[in-house]
Ligand binder design. Structure first.
Ligand SMILES: [Zn+2]
Length: 258
């Protein structure tokens, strides 16, 4: 796990598993943690890693309902978890899904946990909408297409945009169950003008990106979605993302949209 400050009031903690990012933001004496690392030791260390930099979260957010983004409460068991209304609908429609997936991935990687995942108190947030953090306001933006649910989180006073599983430099656009190419395109179109104003774009997986890099990726990902829509079996994948694993995701995308 590594921690990188992207602003004096924003820190990104990156897990060794899938480069999952947890992002802490602060304003006016309050702090919020978005998403989570994965391994039990990372979750155990997270509160002290954040505290060393002066971040003590009062609240948790998850960008979407995939299990690898929902583990914040394992580090901060006393805090409620805020999610988009769309994510709340997904959790209600498929109860226990995140717990089952976590168990399966843990079993594959031989990860043992002292406790199963419990989501605890989950609060549905209107998206698009605003959310107070101390003396500032976060903007919650609809981000769907990867899955049927989710939000991106924009902290304008920090210039930090947290995109969830969009604009990940380590992953091609992934159309998972309930996602769609059209929704994905709409999300990229919605994020583009915000990226234009951002200093740093923090994806759900992989290193934080500059505005220029994130804008380049919007173009690359749009081109990929075009190829996916055409049903190309072997499209050119973007530089740095042309790997066996990304080819597997492409094959799964073809099955999903086909
Ligand atoms: Zn993810």
């Amino acid at each position: 796990m590594r921690a990188v400050s992207v602003h004096s009031d924003a820190i990104v903690v990156t897990s060794l598993f899938w480069q999952c990012n947890a992002i802490a933001l602060r304003a006016g004496g309050e702090a919020m943690l978005i998403d989570s690392p994965y391994f039990p030791d990372e979750l155990e260390l997270l509160p002290s890693v954040l505290a060393q930099s002066g971040f003590e979260p009062n609240a948790l957010l998850a960008t979407h309902g995939d299990f690898d983004h929902l583990l914040g409460r394992m580090a901060f068991p006393g805090l409620a978890l805020g999610v988009a209304e769309s994510t709340m609908r997904r959790i209600r429609a498929r109860p226990g899904e995140a717990q089952r997936e976590l168990r399966d991935y843990d079993a594959e990687a031989y990860v043992e946990r002292s406790k199963p995942l419990s989501l605890g108190e989950v609060q549905a947030l209107p998206v698009p909408g605003q959310l107070e953090l101390g003396d500032q306001e976060l903007a919650l933006l609809t981000a769907e297409g990867h899955t049927p649910d989710g939000m991106a989180i924009w902290a304008p006073w920090l210039g930090v945009l947290c995109t969830g599983d969009y604009l990940c430099p380590v992953e091609i656009p992934w159309i998972d169950a309930g996602g769609s190419i059209d929704d994905y395109r709409n999300t990229l179109a919605r994020l583009a003008p915000v990226v234009e104003q951002a200093e740093t774009v923090v994806p759900g997986h992989g290193a934080p990106q500059s505005r220029a890099a994130a804008l380049r990726q919007i173009d690359e990902d749009s081109d990929y979605l075009d190829a996916l829509e055409r049903g190309d079996e072997r499209p050119a994948l973007p530089k740095g993302r042309d790997t066996k694993r990304q080819r597997e995701i492409h094959a799964a995308n073809l099955r999903q949209v086909g």
